[in-house]
Design a protein around this ligand. Structure first.
Ligand code: NDP
Length: 281
């Protein structure tokens, strides 16, 4: 059995598990759907109850897969979806949310994110998010792919400081956020959801990561996730359509890495020494 997953606290005071599951590319193929549904259910069963999707993924079919997976488990899930920037107008945000709710088979999202910055003024999207919250269609709202200057700007608009999360590209090979964005989010109490936390699998062949993982009878993916879980307010959302890999990823919080091995990881994946623009996948 596993120990409890560490938690992250939202500005509302609500605690959520710091490890969830992503669903990009789910819903692309009908044949894969039963496997994808089983993987999401496995994550929920193991306590990784943060389920991340978006209207963009597979043109809404990822949301349908998630909807099917959580049908009988809705109350156990912290459900996250995202609005396309080109839908993020005052009215467009509300209509996009309603379409997402329908595909997900629910009447309320736990968290609704602006997928990335587009051309609608932040003030307009924020007021739509606030209306959705007042109407009970979402519990919280947040953003994605926002760098520090975007967060500053967001906090300067009316109700902008109600932002409950920022979802960005962050993993061992993409440590740029540690320079200023992560400290900014931590000091403002905004959880940082780490997307592509294993760099879509590309970092798993790194020799040093493999060496360290072996020393703990662990896997490179588990060490890569443990690295993120070590940081306050960081919530990795690894995607897997494979229940066995979901179980493997669930083992990440169990690892107790020594200072010596953290230093070895720093040498293999150096932390940033200057500001770099936030990368996006
Ligand atoms: P991840 O870093 O989570 O990697 C997913 C890939 O790794 C899949 O190919 C998966 O394959 C494989 N994998 C998962 N676990 C393991 C393991 N233990 N060992 C080996 N391979 C593994 O990449 P994503 O880009 O999917 O990011 C995660 C989630 O973040 C997305 O699904 C999405 O929800 C969100 N996201 C948000 C973005 C944004 O702009 N806001 C952008 C990108 C992602 P398999 O399924 O076959 O196991």
């Amino acid at each position: 059995m596993f120990d409890d997953i560490p938690t992250v606290t939202l500005p509302s005071g609500k605690s959520v598990p710091a490890l969830g599951i992503g669903t990009w590319n789910m819903g692309d193929s009908k044949n894969e759907m039963p496997k994808e549904i089983a993987a999401i259910r496995k994550a929920i069963e193991l306590g990784m109850t943060v389920v991340d999707t978006a209207e963009m993924y597979a043109d809404g079919r990822s949301e349908e897969v998630v909807g099917e997976a959580i049908k009988t488990l809705r109350d156990d899930v912290f459900l996250v979806s995202k609005v396309y920037p080109h839908n993020a107008s005052a009215q467009g945000t509300i209509e996009a949310c309603e379409r997402s709710l329908k595909r997900l088979g629910t009447d309320c999202l736990n968290l609704y994110l602006l997928h990335w910055r587009g051309s609608y003024p932040l003030k307009e999207t924020v007021s739509a998010f606030e209306k959705l919250r007042d109407d009970g269609k979402i519990k919280d709202w947040g953003v994605s792919n926002f760098d520090t200057d975007d967060m500053e700007e967001l906090f300067s608009v009316e109700n902008g400081s109600n932002c409950a999360a920022n979802q960005v590209l962050y993993n061992l090979s993409r440590r740029g956020p540690e320079y200023d964005l992560l400290p900014w989010c931590q000091s403002h109490g905004v959880p940082l959801m780490a997307y592509s936390p294993i760099e879509q699998g590309r970092i798993l062949s790194n020799h040093e990561l493999i060496r360290i993982a072996k020393a703990y009878q662990a896997t490179p993916a588990q060490v890569a996730l443990a690295f993120l879980l070590e940081r306050d307010g960081v919530m990795p959302i690894p995607k897997s359509s494979n229940a066995e890999r979901v179980t493997e990823n669930r083992g990440a919080p169990e690892l107790e890495i020594t200072d010596e091995d953290w230093a070895a990881l720093d040498a293999a994946f150096p932390p940033p020494v200057k500001k770099t623009a936030l990368a996006m996948l």
